[in-house]
Every structure is written in C-alpha cells, then in structure tokens.
Design a protein around this ligand. Structure first.
Ligand code: ZN
Length: 445
C-alpha cells in the first residue's frame, strides 16, 4: 500500500491477519478499544489437557493464534514468561486475553510510524497487565500517560457490593519514539473559575478580564502594553496589566478527562450501543495527528474512530471481524460525515509491499540448506538437499507471506505432519514420537 493510492479502508477479517499484511511505518495514530468482556473470547473451552496447568494450555484457545506464538516466544522471551505468570496469578482467561492482545500489539507497533502515537482503551480489570506488555514492546521511556476517562456522573456508577463504584476507563498512551506528534489541547475554564478570577468593573469593551502585576517587564514591553490600553491603576495607585478572558486558550489538557459524557446507551435514537463518544476520539485525533495523517482502529466496531477521523480530514483504516461493521459504517459516514462512498471494504488479507517477495527458488533452497546446516528444521536429522522441502513457517492461510524470513526446510515426513499448522504442533508431535521410540527401547531390553 503506497501513500499515493491510499484509500480509506474497512477490512473485514481477523485483525491479526490484516495487521500482518500491512506495511511497516504506515500509520500515524492507532486507537483501539478491544472487546474485553467479549463472550467470543471467553466461551471457548480450554481443551482436553485442562488438567495440566501449563503455559501450553492457552494454545488451545480459539482466539489465540498458534502460528504467531512461535514469534512471540522467540522475539519476546520476557513477555512469554510474564504471560505465564499472569496465568498463575489471574488464571487462564486473563492469560489468553493478554496473549491475544500481545500478538496484535507487536504488529501494531511495527505498522506505526516513528512519529506515531498509540492509545489503548481498557478497563481497570486488565489495564495493569496490558501496561507491562506495552512497556516491553514500546519501551518504558515511550510511556506518555495513563489517561483516566470518567465515564459518567455519580448516578451512573454501578456500586456493586462493598466497594466504590467503578466509574472510569483507562486509556494507555504511548509514543513510538521521542519525536512524536503532539498538538496540545485546551479545555474551557469552569464557570466557577471564571467567576472567581475574571471581572469587568470598568465595562471594558473587550469583556471579562483579570490582572497581574507588571513585574520585571522591560520599559519597551510596558509601553507596548500601555499603547494597547492594558495598563491600569489600582486604588492604591499601582500599575497592573489586564488579561482578557477572550484571549485565553483555556486550561492545558491533563490526564484526567472529566468533561466528556458517555454516549447514552438508553437513548432511543442510539443505533450503536457500544460506541465511544465522538468527542473522546476528536481529542485523541487532534492531539496526536495532523490533517492528512492516517488513523488506524483495529477493533473499529461501530466505526466511531473512522467517522471522527473522516470529519477531521484524516485518512483512516478500520478493521473488524464482524461484517455488520460495514453497514454501520456506511450509515454513520452518511449520517455524521456526509462522505458515504469515500471508502473501500476489503475482505481479503493484504500483502505487504515493503518486504521483498522471494519466490521459493532453487537458490533460496540452497541458502536455507546452508543456514540450517543440512538439517531438517523439524526433526533435526541430516538430509540431502533433494530430500528437503521449502515450508512457510507462518502458513499463507494465516497471513504468512512469500519472503525469506518465512521459509524453512523440512523433510518430507515433517512437512506432511505439520501441514498448515504452526511449528509448535510439529515439535509436540516429534517429541511424542521420540517418547514412543524410547519406550520401545525399554520394552526391548
Ligand atoms: Zn524432519
């Protein structure tokens, strides 16, 4: 996907496969609000090996992609250990969820431009686990804020049992580097603040004003202020400077967001019950991107991010596994943004164009053969080059492409055994076979 022919795109597929097919350094801003309480994520039984409480159990989880576990454990061994610890502390569900998220965050990090920003919206049940994952992938120095978004008024908080009502979401904000886009946002002063600080006793035509001492200003700047009519004398005959309310930017936005009301889920005209309010997305998009930049939401659901991006003249990519998202987005873009046809819906998995496509030719095979020291990558047995076959480590059906890093050589037996499955499956099978052989030896004695 080159910049020139970029089109606003809604992908309908598993976001891991889509992310895997997008080029590196493609987008300027990522916002995601993953479904934490999704039944889809939690209704899957752990499987037959439930009794064996091992790290491997999560590999049976439907939503965790086995083909990518290999990458996770090889490239991020500390994260792999950490996820196992989560399993021990919090249980299998959280472990599966964090694994599912980690696989995707690794890809999102790759897709983000160096000046890009990343916002992960979550609730307090998982935020502390996710923060560690982000520290590891983005680097702890690129952590910017933990934003607290107060979801509702006191009335809206559900106080369950003996505890305070849970009334906020957490938005974890990271940059990819130190040179990230940041357009400071301001909010208006509160009425109380204005009432306490501003006045207009002299009916100044410029409206409400407050004042400050002249301080250490130079004579030139004092004369400039005087020419502007800003210098006045107090009753005690001291000169002070007027500052008008209309000239103030407001308060620089901090990390506690109290001013954005949630979308009223009880309202009759609310077509999209789980949507996040547009003003929340406006703030994030305005702060961390500029016009023409690309915004990505890999769990776009009812497309609030896409609509907000469209309205603010940003380009966007939305991904959602539900086909329903397409018609919702069409509705919303025509309702809210008036740009009905300005996007494409793609159901297939994109192919990266920023990595060299390498056909599995004879010379590739020879290179792999040397690299693997004449051994099959599965059973570690030595073979002649003609007895080894080129295999895709991440199967093509799961987004793995035709590039050198995704090739390996397997013997005929191992290749048949693996099929379209991940390497971990093959290793388990080989181990089981070795154990069988060992037993036979014992019987033979
Ligand atoms: Zn083999």
């Amino acid at each position: 996907m080159s910049e020139q022919n970029f089109q606003n795109t809604l992908y309908t597929n598993d976001n891991l496969f889509i992310l895997n097919g997008l080029n590196s350094n493609l987008v300027d801003l990522i916002y995601l609000d993953p479904p934490f309480n999704s039944k889809r994520l939690y209704s899957t039984p752990i499987g037959k090996k439930q009794a064996k409480a091992s790290f491997k159990d999560m590999w049976n989880w439907q939503d965790v992609n086995e083909a990518y576990l290999e990458t996770l454990s090889e490239k991020y061994p500390a994260l792999t250990n950490y996820i196992a610890t989560i399993g021990a502390v919090n249980g299998k569900n959280m472990m599966a969820y964090i694994t599912y998220m980690t696989q995707r965050i690794i890809e999102m990090y790759r897709i983000l431009k160096d000046a890009g920003s990343f916002y992960l919206h979550c609730d307090t049940v998982a935020s502390h686990y996710l923060k560690f994952v982000l520290d590891e992938i983005f680097g702890k120095n690129n952590f910017r804020n933990e934003i607290i978004w107060k979801r509702g008024t006191m009335k809206g908080a559900k106080a369950v049992g003996k505890q305070y009502g849970r009334n906020h979401d957490v938005i974890l904000y990271y940059s990819k580097s130190k040179n990230y886009t940041y357009n400071r946002q301001h909010i208006e002063y509160s009425e109380d603040y204005v009432r306490q600080r501003y006045k207009n006793p002299d009916n100044d035509l410029k409206g409400l004003w407050t004042d400050n001492p002249i301080g250490t200003r130079s004579p030139e700047s004092i004369e400039k202020l005087r020419a502007e009519g800003r210098i006045f004398k107090t009753a005690g005959n001291t000169e002070r400077i007027k500052f008008y309310l209309s000239e103030m930017k407001g308060i620089a936005m901090d990390d506690v967001w109290l001013d954005i009301d949630p979308v009223n889920t009880m309202a009759k005209d609310n077509k999209y019950p789980t949507q996040k309010p547009l003003p929340l997305l406006y703030r994030i998009i305005k702060t961390s991107s500029n016009e023409g930049d690309i915004v990505l939401d890999p769990f776009c659901g009812c497309a609030t991010t896409c609509v907000a991006a469209q309205q603010l003249n940003r380009k966007w990519i939305g991904i959602d596994i539900e086909k329903q998202a397409v018609s919702l987005l069409k509705d919303r873009l025509s309702d809210d943004a008036g740009m009905f046809s300005d996007f494409v819906n793609i159901l297939t998995i994109p192919q990266r164009t920023d990595i060299q496509i390498v056909e599995p030719t004879k010379s590739v095979k020879e290179r792999l053969y040397k690299q693997q020291n004449c051994l099959c990558n599965g059973c570690n047995t030595e073979f002649g080059i003609y007895n080894l076959e080129i295999d895709h480590i991440i199967p093509r059906a799961k987004g793995g492409g035709d590039y050198y890093e995704n090739y390996q050589l397997l013997c005929g037996n191992c290749n048949r055994m693996k099929g379209d499955r991940p390497m971990e499956y093959l290793r388990m099978k080989i181990k089981a076979r070795e154990e069988m052989l060992n037993k036979k030896f014992i019987f033979g004695e």
